[in-house]
Design a binder for this molecule. Structure first.
Ligand code: TYD
Length: 221
């Protein structure tokens, strides 16, 4: 049996982490073999890249768009080699918080052209495709408010704010790109309304995940 790759995507504050935790706990209770990971930062080296990408450098210098893009792909290449591909080959259920669609949505919204994204995709990801992508969709104005509250309750050293600090228009463009991907690939991408109560969101997610796992030969009852 080969494994299953499920990715979770969405704008800032859409509740990805909460839902990923709930889903992973559910699958663990069922005794299923799971691996939970995230991008950027799904490997020890990737965690260093995550810091470089998401925290402001003391010099004040920011990555140019191309460098930023290559760092996200460097993180992804390492993650695929060390975590994702081996786990799929071992027949596991791999849950990843953000993957390629985030690059298409965020770096696309920042101005990276489609053909550049296609070329890097070809180089790093090739033919691998998530079996299911859960797009937690919500108005970024609400998501950003949630992030602000979360950041206020954390110490400065835990803040990863570079993307949170971008303007609302940027995040609105990111959401539109996510939705366009979902429209283009309705079989892969499930749009989950993320403003509902967490337990309702969890139920919508389960309605999409359970049949997929059943079809892949896992016992989900
Ligand atoms: P994440 O840890 O999921 O942040 P949050 O909890 O706020 O959703 O993701 C970190 C940030 O990195 C997020 O702002 C989106 C951004 N990102 C990209 O711009 N491109 C990418 O390819 C990925 C994976 C993330």
């Amino acid at each position: 049996m080969t494994g299953v790759l499920i990715t979770v995507e969405g704008v800032e504050g859409s509740g990805k982490s909460t839902q990923l935790l709930r889903l992973s706990e559910h699958l663990r209770r069922l005794g299923l073999p799971i691996v939970v990971s995230k991008e950027p930062g799904g490997t020890p080296l990737g965690r260093d890249l995550r810091t470089l990408l998401l925290t402001r450098h003391p010099s004040g210098e920011a990555w140019c768009a191309e460098a930023e893009l290559l760092l996200f792909y460097a993180d992804r290449a390492q993650h695929l080699a060390q975590v994702i591909r081996p786990a799929i080959e071992a027949g596991k259920i791999v849950l990843v918080d953000r993957f390629e669609d985030s690059t298409r949505a965020y770096q696309g919204a920042a101005g990276v052209p489609e053909h550049t994204l296609d070329r890097l995709h070809e180089l790093v990801v090739g033919r691998l495709k998530p079996h299911l992508t859960l797009l937690l969709d919500m108005d970024p104005a609400i998501g950003l408010q949630r992030v602000e509250i979360r950041n206020l309750s954390m110490g400065d050293e835990f803040k990863e704010t570079l993307f949170d600090e971008r303007r609302l228009e940027f995040h609105t463009a990111v959401r539109a790109r996510f939705l366009a991907i979902a429209q283009a690939e309705p079989l892969r991408v499930a749009v989950i309304p993320a403003r509902d109560a967490p337990s309702l969101v969890e139920e919508s997610i389960w309605r999409r995940v359970a049949p997929l796992l059943r079809n892949a030969g896992f016992t989900v009852e």
